[in-house]
Design a protein around this ligand. Structure first.
Ligand code: SAM
Ligand code: DTB
Ligand code: SF4
Length: 324
């Protein structure tokens, strides 16, 4: 595997030029980069669990968990440790190597963080990589999670800085970048990506990927979500994302961040097998497995197994050595 130089100085015009390439050329380039850095037919499997659901004070326009939108979601307080461990064991049995715990918080408060730290310790003891997504964190909060052995922290940029204000008003883009900085400084791995299909322009998608790639380190995981249009949210009636543009976004992410895991994340229930196959060809090498994301549906294990069978894909047994 070659040690290709990682770049953090991408210019807007260069990223735009990638997006505008003929589709076949773009996929060929993305797949070539992918093969230099990863096993081409292996996909890493992560599983999500919502450990605290709904009643979130933030106003993210895509999110079914915001208290401001009536989405009919049943709120649930922070889960008990034994329930989390049960879900983690099931995920492991289904082939997941990473377990991601998500909480609908602006940021963790009081004793809650210690409880999550306990979950991290015990999930790790089951032999799973751990990830958490709990909202904004300051340096002290990051330290509590690092001490517990948290492997990854997920905090998405979601979109470009310019479009961000149309989607979220209760926290700034800079707040997000600060949390990412704290996580990185503590030496934890970063999982950071965005959402496609929120009404953003291609220019916004270009800026999102450019911002991710120009961070001091590439996020080790880059989730690319397709908007799940949940009834009751402001984006419920958004036009469906264009699958070809979605695949292009994956391909450009792969080219800009050659050694990162690019995750084909939310939105797979609405994608054809063919679109998902193109995403893998474009360099996606991770998915969320299990029949739920946080609160919305994800393809059943059976459907994913069948798709993997048809494509000759294998679930990665342990994190690949090529990941940076
Ligand atoms: N509350 C924490 C936060 O926002 O940082 C963590 C949980 S939040 C649900 C994690 C991420 O899920 C969001 O940043 C967003 O990218 C993604 N997400 C939420 N709702 C989504 C939807 N309807 N479609 C696609 N992605 C979504
Ligand atoms: C990410 O980028 N996508 C995941 C995970 N990180 C936390 C969440 C997707 C949530 C989709 C909407 C839901 O199920 O509530
Ligand atoms: Fe809250 Fe996170 Fe949903 Fe925003 S994305 S409303 S912060 S749970």
């Amino acid at each position: 595997m070659s040690q290709q130089q990682l770049r953090h100085d991408w210019r807007r015009a260069e990223v735009q030029a990638l997006f505008e390439m003929p589709f076949n050329d773009l996929l060929y380039q993305a797949q070539s980069v992918h093969r230099r850095n990863f096993q081409p037919n292996q996909v890493q499997l992560s599983t999500l669990l919502s450990i605290k659901t709904g009643a979130c004070p933030e106003d993210c326009a895509y999110c079914p968990q915001s208290v401001r939108y009536d989405t009919g979601l049943q709120r649930e307080p922070l889960m008990a440790l034994d329930q989390v461990l049960e879900a983690a064991s099931r995920a492991k049995q289904a082939g997941a190597t990473r377990f991601c715990m998500g909480a609908a918080w602006r940021s963790p408060k009081g004793k809650d963080l210690e409880r999550v730290a306990d979950m991290v310790r015990e999930v790790r003891a089951l032999g799973l990589e751990t990830c958490a997504t709990l909202g904004m964190l300051d340096e002290q909060q990051v330290e509590v999670l690092r001490e517990a052995g948290l492997d990854y922290y997920n905090h998405n940029l979601d979109t470009s800085e310019a479009f961000y204000g149309e989607i979220v008003t209760t926290r700034t883009y800079e707040d997000r970048l600060n949390t990412l900085e704290h996580v990185r400084q503590a030496g934890m791995k970063v999982c950071c990506g965005g959402i496609i299909g929120m009404g953003e322009s291609r220019a916004d998608r270009i800026e999102l990927l450019r911002t991710l790639a120009n961070l001091p380190e590439h996020p080790q995981s880059v989730p690319i979500n397709q908007l799940v249009r949940v009834k009751g949210t402001p984006l419920a009636n958004q036009e469906a994302a264009d699958p070809i543009e979605f695949v292009r976004t994956i391909a450009v992410a792969r080219i800009l961040m050659p050694r990162s895991y690019v995750r084909l994340s939310a939105g797979r229930t609405e994608m054809s097998d063919e679109t998902q196959a193109l995403c893998f060809l474009a360099g996606a090498n991770s998915i969320f497995g299990g029949d739920k994301l946080l609160t919305t549906d994800n393809p059943e294990l059976n459907a994913d197994q069948q798709l993997f069978g048809r494509l000759g894909l294998e679930v990665e047994a342990a994190p690949g050595a090529a990941a940076s």
